[in-house]
Design a protein around this ligand. Sequence first.
Ligand code: NAP
Length: 282
Amino acid sequence: MTSASTKICCLIGDPVEHSFSPLIHNAGYQALGINYIYVPFRVKDIKGAIEGIRGLGIRGASITLPHKASAIKYIDKVDPLVKEIGAVNTIANDGGVLSGFNTDCGAAIKALEEVTTLEGKRAVLIGSGGAASAIAVGLKKKGVKLVVLNRTEDKARKLARKVNAEDSGGLKKLPLVTSADILINATSVGMWPKTDQSIIPQNLLHNNLTVFDTVYNPKETRFLAEARERGCAIVYGYKMLLYQAAMQFELFTGHQAPLAAMESALTQALEGGRDATHSDRR
Ligand code: NAP
């Protein structure tokens, strides 16, 4: 039951209708029995929404597309990682002072490190949008030798320059994967409903690769299924989604996130085949 003492957290994005974030966060509150609630807001006016966080005393907000870059200028304190990546996905409100964080980066690295070590490894990162930027910054901090490839070559080169990556460019360079240790899809290719698509031909996949797909709906994309067939180690996109939410949960509540409960709510929803209408459904 909500009351005047219920702490409110929210998702700010557009669209938000099909987001998994309310499910994940509310499962966590329920597991710990804490008086919090998490609600999605479809927002066009990001400046007004951030003023609303202060005005309404909202405890924390997840920020998603299309506001991850534009929200930064309305926040009081910005974590250095947010500046480096150029995107904020988390705002915590401490008595009216808004602090911005990026939990995508740490979440992706945690998901990868559960399966492989990173230092000195060679990685091919496909994509140059928000997810790719967060992952690229995280990989470079871990001492990974990085190549960034993207459909729009200029964006790959821009991201590569920003993080000091090498040999980057268009998707015609995909054969570089044959000499890589890690391959990451940070594009929306393969996402529901176009689940028959994969960003990379299966014949380029080899059994020394660790393969990470940021796409989390479906849970096992065609890309991951084909990688598994070729003997690659695989990292599910839902793990990144789970960990970025868990890190937000800890910032918002001060409690350790009950990962098992949050993961179970998420995987049940994914396995139940909830539909998707947008590339970033957080
Ligand atoms: P974004 O900023 O809009 O970037 C989209 C990227 O996908 C761009 O690099 C774009 O290439 C590429 N792309 C789109 N359609 C393509 C196609 N048909 N062929 C080749 N490349 C294509 O989106 P984002 O926020 O980075 O999200 C990218 C993916 O990451 C989405 O699937 C999203 O669900 C996922 N994601 C997952 C998590 C998680 O927690 N697991 C978190 C964030 C995002 P161009 O530059 O050429 O357009």
